[in-house]
Design a protein around this ligand. Structure first.
Ligand SMILES: *[C@@H]1O[C@H](CO)[C@@H](O)[C@H](O)[C@H]1NC(C)=O
Ligand SMILES: *[C@@H]1O[C@H](CO)[C@@H](O)[C@H](O)[C@H]1NC(C)=O
Ligand SMILES: *[C@@H]1O[C@H](CO)[C@@H](O)[C@H](O)[C@H]1NC(C)=O
Ligand SMILES: *[C@@H]1O[C@H](CO)[C@@H](O)[C@H](O)[C@H]1NC(C)=O
Ligand SMILES: *[C@@H]1O[C@H](CO)[C@@H](O)[C@H](O)[C@H]1NC(C)=O
Ligand SMILES: *[C@@H]1O[C@H](CO)[C@@H](O)[C@H](O)[C@H]1NC(C)=O
Ligand SMILES: CC(=O)N[C@H]1CO[C@H](CO)[C@@H](O)[C@@H]1O
Length: 808
């Protein structure tokens, strides 16, 4: 009897506690049966945060948001429908299948806001956690991040809460950043944005619309170089994570960071939970925090008056401006760099310069870092990446901007200085590199973009050049993956234009209506990565009306994309070698195309800053705009020549059969003259409308070049042109062009004209010498020639490999 009562009593206790547990359990959760109405709230289990409807300031509009529970001053930390307020108090918040959180105007009305769902779950619930994170997950799974189908921490409004990951997740495409409210009574997105920017070494940047206002400084392993180290308490946690899947900053030092509508960011900590906040730190803190206040090579010191001065060994660029307190012109070197023989000087205790054009390596030592910098003529400074364990290397390219001096902490920066400035004391930091191959210099040139190059799962980065730079010509934009995804309908098959050198090319249309071509690096292609990098390095620096224009890049997650202006008339080979469209190309159009290519190539060879050899000039690499202007594309194999170098040799011959000069295909020697050879072949193809490779004629076994040469010798050059396209009034120009083409394909590179002579000769100027025997004119397979006894390229004694074949 006694025992029965005991059991009964225990059962009742159990029921009560279960019931209690159940009701307590739902206080922080909304399931798909219940919904949250205006006036109701849920509170996180520890009583930290509260979710419900509110009106900001004197506004009467209603929003769904999260605030601190039990504090008189309602400080909102997150808003759901910041852009679409409710106009009355009939709104409801619901959790719906397959895992979406929605704000409805009323029980049966339309949705004003919805969370973005990527995965679906069977019984979705929304739960407010004690961290202030509102998460959506299945009711029956554990409360861990992997199980969340959505979380408000991925979509913050203007407030950072402890442990939020601030930055990018490349797997999900989520970019976590803060956008200030428009005004104190309007949570709609305002003008100020704090975000992690990926160009170069990732940095946290404050912008007003697109104008950069303030930079936290680079992460040095312990803190941002512009901030003093605040760690002291072992429970403090600050970290900067960068791997192939994500880049983010995370901390628990402050209790919240809010970006106010005025653009001021404030760090807050509790005095105690029921009392007021204490402002811990303001950003920007002072004038020296204004981005690039003192211009290039200027340094800002808030204790000086004026705050700006030039770094030691630098002088004001615009002295009058400096007198008038306009320092934006920055400073110049007292002595110019000479590339070889420069050294470094240590500038101590500073906030490191803007790292948008930087390159990092996580394993190099400081000494190796200096050596790496000297190898590249564009490198201007270097230092340690991680001061906590003294590892890693960060290198800057181009002008150094946004430097300030810090009295506590601050880092050392080693700036490249001309040897004559170093003096005997500087000599010890001077590292001489005996020789420097130009190819190496260019590959490391780094003037281009952020590239996440993955090798064996390790991330290394090359420098970024996606900023608004003073020289307009190398301006590149960084596109978000979502934008490109949208523009190309998610890389839809029907948007595919073809296959480029290292992957597929898609057509896209940006929201503004601009048409673009998107080149995607195939994920499996290792060689593709080098070509991609090469393309970026060269094309970002080049601008000419006969070169295709790169609009920007997108490097996010596994995607490496280049975005070009769209060429409506596709590539030359598609029109030229097609019988129906080929006929539309009359001689004036063909001559226009030949001249355009010649001028583009002349620019590459002589006029551009880099002196570039394209190495893969062919019809499919010539694109045509709406006015049929030709544009040279595909710089994946291009090489730059420094100083007075004229030729180089490679063991890895890349190019396309039919366009390669003999000395290049056989001996791997390339020079501007090997490009001239390819141009000659291309010219003859344009004139004849026939491919050099695969050309056949009933009378002989010559290729197109040989055919043209034999007709030339018989003074029957005009027969190279299809009978249907022959026009008496064009005859002299046609014959002259063929003559120039044959000069370009002469066997001996020295006999071939330079592109400047080609342009002159085509323009009917100058005397045209007689053409000598061309190279590679007899055979279809060029490697079977008098230059090589081997019939298989890969077996030839000098390890010749031809890695790229024209598929047609
Ligand atoms: C609300 O307050 C702002 C200033 O904070 C003021 O400009 C605005 O006129 C006020 N609106 C109403 C409806 O009182
Ligand atoms: C709910 O909102 C819709 C508009 O979305 C409106 O047409 C309808 O009348 C509203 N229902 C109630 C009960 O207010
Ligand atoms: C806020 O303080 C933390 C250190 O607790 C610091 O890392 C962060 O940069 C600060 N943010 C601003 C904007 O001052
Ligand atoms: C909170 O701080 C105030 C003063 O800052 C103090 O008077 C009060 O007792 C504190 N409350 C608690 C619960 O610690
Ligand atoms: C440095 O180079 C610039 C051009 O690049 C030139 O204008 C200037 O005179 C040079 N200065 C010195 C000191 O040689
Ligand atoms: C050009 O090459 C010669 C040796 O061939 C060398 O002495 C000279 O310094 C070079 N000039 C430049 C500008 O590199
Ligand atoms: C030959 C050819 O295809 N020309 C086209 C080039 O592009 C313009 C504009 O898209 C068309 O109008 C031409 O027909």
């Amino acid at each position: 009897m006694d025992a029965t009562w005991k059991v009964f009593f225990l059962l009742i206790l159990l029921l009560i506690s279960l019931n209690f547990y159940a009701s307590f359990g739902t206080a922080d959760t909304i399931n798909s049966i219940q919904s949250l109405r205006d006036g109701e709230t849920i509170v996180s289990s520890g009583g930290m945060f509260e979710l419900g409807f509110f009106s900001p300031g004197n506004s009467t509009k209603r929003y769904v948001g999260i605030w601190y529970h039990g504090i008189s001053d309602q400080t909102i930390v997150w808003v759901a429908n910041r852009e679409s307020p409710l106009t009355n108090q009939a709104g409801v918040l619901k959790v719906m299948q397959p895992g979406l959180l929605v704000v409805l105007v009323n029980d049966t009305g339309e949705a004003l806001w919805s969370s973005k769902g990527s995965r679906s779950v069977h019984t979705p619930v929304a739960r407010l956690l004690d961290s202030g994170n509102l998460v959506v997950k299945d009711a029956n799974v554990d409360d861990v991040e992997e199980n969340y189908v959505w979380q408000s921490f991925d979509y913050p409004t203007d407030t950072y809460l402890p442990r939020m990951k601030f930055g990018w997740n490349f797997l999900t495409g989520v970019d976590i950043y803060l956008v200030a409210w428009k005004a104190d009574n309007d949570p709609a997105p305002g003008e100020f944005i704090y975000g992690m920017e990926l160009s170069g070494y990732p940095q946290i940047v404050l912008r007003r619309n697109t104008v950069e206002l303030n930079r936290f400084g680079t992460w040095n392993g312990i803190y941002f170089s512009g901030f003093p180290d605040v760690r002291g308490n072992p429970t403090y946690y600050m970290d900067f994570v960068m791997d192939k899947n994500e880049v983010y900053y995370q901390e628990n030092v402050i209790d919240k960071f809010r970006l106010f509508p005025s653009g001021v960011g404030k760090n807050f900590t509790w005095v105690n939970r029921t009392q007021e906040w204490e402002v811990y730190m303001d950003r920007p803190a002072d004038n020296c925090d204004s981005y690039s206040l003192c211009g290039a090579y200027g340094i800002c010191n808030i204790q000086n008056s004026p705050a700006c001065s030039c770094l030691d060994r630098f002088v004001p660029k615009d002295s009058e401006g400096w007198i008038k307190a306009d320092w934006s012109g920055g400073c110049n070197r007292r002595m110019n760099l000479s590339c070889q023989g420069d050294g470094f000087i240590k500038y101590p205790r500073i906030k490191l310069p803007d790292a948008k054009n930087s390159w990092i390596n996580q394993s190099m030592t400081l000494t190796e870092c200096g050596v790496e910098c000297l190898k590249n003529c564009f490198c201007t400074a270097y230092t340690q990446l991680n001061i906590s364990d003294g590892s890693g290397c960060i290198i800057w390219f181009g002008d150094l901007v946004d430097i300030r001096s810090l009295n506590v902490d601050g880092q050392d920066l080693y700036i490249r200085i001309a040897s004559s400035e170093l003096g005997s004391r500087g000599m010890k930091r001077r590292i001489l590199i005996a020789s420097l191959t130009s190819a190496m210099g260019v590959i490391l040139l780094g003037v281009s973009l952020v590239l996440f190059i993955r090798k064996r799962n390790k991330v290394s980065m090359t420098a970024g050049k996606c900023k608004e730079s003073k020289d307009k010509e190398s301006e590149l934009t960084f596109f978000k993956l979502a934008i490109i995804h949208k523009a190309t309908n998610g890389f839809a098959m029907e948007k595919k234009l073809g296959e480029g050198g290292f992957g597929p090319v898609y057509k896209g249309v940006l929201v503004e209506g601009q048409e673009i071509a998107v080149k995607q690096l195939a994920r499996t292609s290792m060689q593709g990565i080098d070509e991609f990098k090469n393309e970026v390095i060269f094309i970002a620096k080049l601008q000419h009306r006969n070169l295709v224009r790169l609009l920007g890049c997108c490097i996010q997650g596994d995607e490496n994309l280049l975005i070009y202006e769209y060429m409506p008339n596709k590539s030359l080979d598609m029109i030229l070698f097609d019988e129906t469209t080929g006929d539309l190309l009359d001689w004036p159009k063909r001559f226009h195309i030949i001249n355009g290519i010649a001028r583009g190539l002349l620019y590459l060879h002589q006029d551009s800053r880099l002196r570039i050899i394209h190495r893969d000039l062919k019809a499919s690499n010539i694109l045509l705009d709406s006015d049929m202007n030709p544009k040279i594309s595909d710089f994946g194999m291009a090489r730059s020549f420094g100083g007075n170098e004229t030729e180089a040799k490679t063991h890895r011959v890349v190019g396309t059969y039919g366009y390669m000069s003999p000395e290049y295909a056989v001996d791997g020697i390339f020079s501007v003259k090997s490009d001239v050879f390819s141009f000659g072949v291309l010219l003859l193809e344009i004139v004849s409308g026939k491919r050099n490779r695969g050309f056949s004629h009933s009378d002989h076994h010559l290729n197109l070049v040989g055919h043209a040469w034999s007709l030339y010798k018989d003074e029957r050059s005009h027969e190279v042109v299809e009978a249907s396209l022959r026009n008496p009034q064009d005859l002299t120009q046609v014959i002259r062009s063929i003559h120039v083409g044959l000069l370009c394909v002469q066997q001996n590179p020295e006999d071939r004209p330079s592109m400047s002579s080609v342009v002159l000769m085509l323009g009917n100027e100058g005397v045209i010498p007689g053409a000598k025997q061309p190279g590679f004119f007899t055979e279809r397979e060029p490697v079977v020639s008098q230059y090589s006894t081997s019939t298989h390229a890969t077996n030839s004694p000098n390890q010749l490999t031809i890695t790229k074949l024209d598929p047609r």
